[in-house]
Design a protein around this ligand. Sequence first.
Ligand code: ADP
Ligand code: ADP
Length: 226
Amino acid sequence: KELVAFDRVGKMYNNGTVALHSFNLQIRKGEFVTFLGPSGCGKSTALRMAAGLSEPTDGEVTVFGQSPKQTIQETTNVAFVFQEPTLLPWRKVIDNVVLPLELKGVSKKEARSEAQRVLEMVGLTKHLYLYPRQLSGGMQMRVSIARALAAKPKLLLMDEPFAALDEITRQKLQVELLEIWKKEAATILFVTHNVFEAVFLSTKIAVLSSSPGRLTEVIDVNLPSP
Ligand code: ADP
Ligand code: ADP
């Protein structure tokens, strides 16, 4: 059963740029799909559509069988990390990370300790009580990653989340992400332009090409288990 479906999706922005053309992709529960392709081929556009942040101008995107916007409103089981800031400016760093856990019914104490654990992983232990605007763009991105990982969602949408991180932190977070994927049987859509990251993480690689954004092939990643 498809959890995310792109059905002949096209996107032309207001300025005439065609970001996606006749894009078809079905993603089943439990798949870890990376979107791989050169800059400007429409990866972010596709992912933002799955989060209901951008509307197709052609075709249809569904998440859990309905419009992404509706899904996002109805559930706490979807988390995303995008390039644009999505933190709540009136909540401190730790309270941003705690929020989705509390919405899921996790106790205050447990939520705080989990939030502290993931914020330590992204190197922000000293910044727990600052507001997002007091952090650099890169640090805000790391808070978003922490929030998404702490939430342990059923569907996780991540747009080049680790691109700006140092190698050690990136590896830690990749391992954490794989753990969440296995434990929670989560479905993950992940944008990268790093081939190694795509192969290491995913079960499926959707390769896009530009001019205009098209899906060129879908590769099954079947590496033997260690
Ligand atoms: P990628 O994530 O693969 O780099 P994007 O989805 O960000 O690609 O962009 C695909 C194409 O659409 C690019 O040519 C980009 O410049 C253009 N684009 C993206 N967002 C907008 C926008 N809001 N308005 C106009 N053009 C856009
Ligand atoms: P949508 O039709 O999906 O709502 P818009 O065309 O309204 O998208 O643009 C969304 C945002 O992206 C705007 O704030 C715009 O300034 C920004 N944007 C415009 N051009 C680009 C581009 N080439 N690449 C990335 N973002 C862009």
